[in-house]
Write a protein that binds this ligand. Sequence first.
Ligand code: ADP
Length: 163
Amino acid sequence: MNKRRAVYPGSFDPITNGHLDIVRRALSLVDEVVIAIAYNQEKPSGLFDVAERIELIRAVTAPFAKKVKIDSFHGLLVDYARKVGAVTIIRGLRAVADFEYEFQMASMNRHLAGDVETVFLMADEQYFYTSSKLVKEVMSFGGDASAFVPPVVAKRLRKKFKS
Ligand code: ADP
C-alpha cells in the first residue's frame, strides 16, 4: 500500500512544543510526516546549525520515530515535496499574524504545483503564542521559557546561551 506522506517544512530553530503538536495532529491524517528543515546554503542563519536541529528533532520525535522522517532541503518547497512523494504540505497557523504570509505562500505553491495541497492545522491554544524566535529571545536574557519546548531543547538552549 502506498503511504500517504506529508511534508512539514520550517526552520525548527529549535523545535518547540507547538511544532510537536502539529506533527502529532498531522500524523492523525497521514501515514508519514517528513519534517523538513529549510536552509540556505549560501547564507546559513539561525542559532542551531542544521545538524543540531536534526538531532533535537530526532530526540523529541522518538516516540513516533516509525512515522516521522527528518530531512533538510533548499530550493523550492514544491520541488522537494514532489521529490519525496508528498501529497500534502502541512503548516501550522497561530495568531492572525501568520495568516497573511501563509496565505501568500500557499497561493504561490498552488500556482507552482497544483497537485500538492497545503493543509493548515490550527495551533493548540496553549501554543498559540509559542515561536522559536520568542523562546530564543527570552532564554537569551536568562528567562525561563522551558514550558514551551521539550526538556532536551530547553537544556540545549541554556547551554548555548551560557557559552
Ligand atoms: P517559527 O515561526 O516558530 O520560527 P518555523 O518557521 O519553524 O517556526 O515554522 C514552521 C511551521 O510551524 C509554520 O507553519 C509555523 O506557522 C508553524 N508553527 C510554529 N510554531 C507553532 C506553534 N506554536 N503552533 C502551531 N504551529 C506552529
